[in-house]
Design a protein around this ligand. Sequence first.
Ligand SMILES: [Cu+2]
Length: 342
Amino acid sequence: MNFILILTIGLSVFVMWRLMNIVQLTSRLSGENEEEEQNRDNKVNGILLMAFMVIGLLLVVYMTVRYSEFMLPKAATEHGEETDLLLWWNFGVIGIVFFITQIALFYFGYKYRFNKSRRAFFYHENHKLEIWWTVIPTIVLAALIVTGLNSWNKMTQSDHDDGMKIQVYSYQFAFIARYAGPDNVLGKSSYLLISDTNPLGIDYDDPAAADDIMTRGNEMRLPVGIPIDMDCNSRDVIHSVYFPHLRTQMNAVPGMTTNFYFKPTITTAEMREIEQDENFDYVLLCNKVCGVAHYTMNMKLVIDEPDDFRTWLKEQKPVMDGVETAENSEEESEPDEQMAAM
Ligand SMILES: [Cu+2]
């Protein structure tokens, strides 16, 4: 098999070489000298470059329009609209630069192809030009970065007092959402307290934990129009808490708490109408390749009117539900001591 492959490659190279000889011979027979031949080749290559550019740019435009239906729908959060706007500004700037540079690249390749009668022009330096191409990109990039950082700080600053406190807890390979309850304070937790009955490692002695509520199915809900102050935690490896429709993404890192602040603006029912799809659902995905079953790591998100949300939340069980048995409190005493010793 290998021998046949090597023989095929060898023969192909030989055939190519013979073909080139024939082309050279025919041009010599037709009275063309080597220079004319090279000029013709250069011209053909230049025209091919221009054709490549035109086809390539047309394809870029066509693909962008053709596949735009696969873009995410309208952002369903306040900051999401800002993020999208910033993204479109970036695409706009990148798009303009892309078209200018690509057209210049291919056109110059064609226009300045080798020509014996043309002498290269010695162009030493041009300070004015250098200042322009330094100052303009600096201003544009600085504007993009400063506006982006500004938005980012608004989303991630953890001193928002008005937000409804929730925790999204990630582990291989699922999510649990915990709501802080009426006191809006999440009860303390530690990985040392994690057990079969206490998957989040909540400290049941902390009074703030008493009213905490935990999702037990693969669905979480959020109220529309109310700011959410979300903490992210991970039990094992780095995960990423990603709500694509909310333009919200934050890494969940073991050993630390990360935070994201956002305000949902469109309910699931409203989005179904906008998308004209009665099966539409918001989704929470893991956006870090976190292990073999990473692809299965998701949770359904429902955005409700605040009243419906409150009714749903009341139906959910508190985190301490069913764990206040003597057996469990005995189990707990051990890690408590460990915690105290730390
Ligand atoms: Cu994950």
